[in-house]
Design a protein around this ligand. Structure first.
Ligand SMILES: NC(=O)c1ccc[n+]([C@@H]2O[C@H](COP(=O)([O-])OP(=O)(O)OC[C@H]3O[C@@H](n4cnc5c(N)ncnc54)[C@H](O)[C@@H]3O)[C@@H](O)[C@H]2O)c1
Length: 255
């Protein structure tokens, strides 16, 4: 449907949630997919399950580490060949007010959500530039367009992801490499959402399903809502789109 057959992709944070769904959809479209994730056991289980759908390579890798990224990308590139598609999906989200946020939490959030994109792009994009083609999608958040209470570190990191998307699009456009982002809203059926809901409950904040009542489309999103947008953006159907962050939120833009 998206004309992706035969392309090689890397998805970070592919062991669980949205990343796993994106990898699944890319495989079903005929891509070979390299899966990177920090959670080695979860990654091995996901790689084993997804290998029934097509060619899969995997490498346990902390995207906040330049060395780990270079090793992981080298491994999956050796297995699959030149990479056409990069989806920077790995992310963490800690709930808490900025004035109470531990510096370690701030740094870890930026380490994964911002440094992770920086390291991955610098490991993968030079070969795309040399070949004159490629597509990168960063998974940002609706909180990368709107600062909200109790998510200050996360919001700042996702604004950075949106900004990196725009700057990279400007820098790589003339070489034929496109860079876009997707900004998910409230997405259920993921590990991050489950952990977030526990923390929100502890802090007396409303649940995802309560909050979904104020979303214009009146439901929380699911990982497939995000993979639909990613597949479009990496495909040639989006060949004149770069530097864009598409919100996939059911209409939610403020909490
Ligand atoms: N679920 C939501 O409501 C929601 C909303 C907006 C944005 N997002 C974004 O979507 C992306 C995926 O989130 P999800 O909801 O599927 O969460 P998830 O926790 O289910 O998946 C995140 C994956 O990233 C991996 N990961 C975490 N730290 C890593 C690291 N240092 N190196 C490599 N991998 C690492 C995890 O092991 C996990 O497999 C994230 O970037 C998140 O910020 C999610």
């Amino acid at each position: 449907m998206y004309g992706l057959n035969g392309r090689n992709a890397i998805v970070t944070g592919a062991a669980h949630g949205i990343g796993k769904e994106i990898a699944t959809r890319l495989l079903k479209e005929g891509c070979a997919v390299g899966l990177l994730d920090f959670d080695a056991d979860g990654l091995a289980a996901t790689a084993a399950a997804l290998s029934a759908l097509g060619k899969v390579s995997h490498a346990a890798c902390d995207v906040s580490s330049k060395e780990a990224v270079e090793t992981g990308v080298a491994k999956v590139t050796a297995d699959l060949g030149a990479i056409d598609i990069l989806v920077n999906n790995a992310g963490i989200c800690k709930v808490g007010k900025l004035l109470e946020c531990e510096e370690s939490v701030w740094r870890a959030t930026f380490g994964v959500n911002v440094d992770g994109i920086f390291h991955m792009v610098r490991a993968v994009a030079p070969a795309m530039v040399a070949r004159g083609e490629g597509s990168i999608v960063n998974i940002a958040s609706w909180m990368g367009k709107s600062g909200v209470a109790a998510y200050g570190a996360y919001c700042a990191s996702k604004f950075a992801a949106v900004s990196l998307t725009q700057s990279l699009a400007c820098e790589l456009g003339e070489s034929g490499v496109r860079v876009n982002a997707v900004g998910p809203g409230l997405i259920v059926d993921t590990k991050m959402r489950d952990e977030s809901e526990v923390l929100r409950k502890q802090q007396g904040l409303p649940s995802a399903f309560d909050r979904a009542q104020s979303i214009p489309l009146r439901r929380p999103g699911v990982p497939a809502d995000i993979s639909n947008a990613v597949l479009f953006l990496v495909s040639d159907q989006a060949s004149y789109i770069t530097g864009e962050t598409i919100s996939v939120t059911g209409g939610l833009w403020n909490d």
